[in-house]
Design a protein around this ligand. Sequence first.
Ligand code: 2PG
Ligand code: MG
Length: 403
Amino acid sequence: MSRIVAADLEAIFDGRGHPTVEATIVLESGARGRVGAPSGASTGAHEVRAFPEGGAAEAIRRFPRSVAPRLANLDAADRAGVDAALHAADGTPEFSAIGGNTATAVSVAAATAHAAERGVPLWRVLARPGVERASFPAIVGNCLNGGRHAIGGPDIQEFLAFAEAPRPEDSIRAAVRVHALLGEAIHRRYPALALGRGDEGGWVAPIGNVEALELLSAACAKARDELGTSVHPGIDLAASEFFRDGKYRYRDRTLDPEDQVAFVAQLVDDHGLRYVEDPLDEEAFDDFAAVTRAIGDRAVVVGDDIYCTRVPRLERGIALGSSNSALIKVNQAGTLSDTFAAVDLARAHGLSTVTSHRSGDLPEGWLAHLAVATAARGLKCGVLGGERVAKLNELLRLGRATG
Ligand code: 2PG
Ligand code: MG
């Protein structure tokens, strides 16, 4: 038995410099796991609460009395038991007493300690039924930031490179190349502009959505020619962020829902998008289904804010055909068990999953293991900057270990 003998929660800073928590779980054998939980900016309304009222400091204050005693002597190998103890310590449906970030940090730290004790890579103890060998996800890499992840960028939140190759090394190289080519293209077009980078390490430039897509798809075409890797443009619209009073309000246009559906389908046609996330508001299950029908199998249509990695919302989306893929973020759901319930449901109904970072992430690599363990269609973790590279390099190591 992998008996838990100590559980701690401490303060750390996320990639935006905001306070968050990291958990340390120590086993009787001396094996330990230490894991931090990231934070989002464009958070979905239906995510569990990241922290109790009072923030990370309050989560840390409550931990020794409300959480740690429930973890003592549990078997870290028994994920259901550990995660049930976290739910029992919280007692609310939204983790608003102990915080979803506490649940995420403890749940993943317990699994990490268990893997360390067994001397196996984390993905092996997380592997879902049927996942016996490592296969590698496409890289969904953020090349240009907008929306809430940038100051002064386009309305669309993320302009992405969707890079697919059997070996992680090749997909990572292609995403990095698109990022560089896009920066060069923007600089050539606006030589006087000082280019910066946003929260997820993509470029920030005061250009429009359509212009950004033109430059991105040209950069992808050039990277394909140079490297011979399949890399195509994608977007995360995070459309809830600019949906107000029944309309999608871009800086240069205002669209009714049916026009938004047509606009997004047209973007897929015009720019060869292979990945489209959150094209509609988080409550627009039917409009989501309309866009998914219009796009068909030309692109991975991914639900993020609409599902928030929560089973009841995913069930509704599956029943209506709202998307063909689900974004998976552990701290939207709380624990690994909650996350896997969503992953297994999606897979059982033929939806792919995309394992995702948060925009305020940490320089930790465990997300790469989660992607491999769930045979994810994609790993969405950005391209450049320590928080992103930590995950990409971990995937690279996994590729080497199995290659
Ligand atoms: C998203 C994420 C990550 P945030 O919308 O997909 O890219 O952003 O973490 O701010 O919710
Ligand atoms: Mg998103």
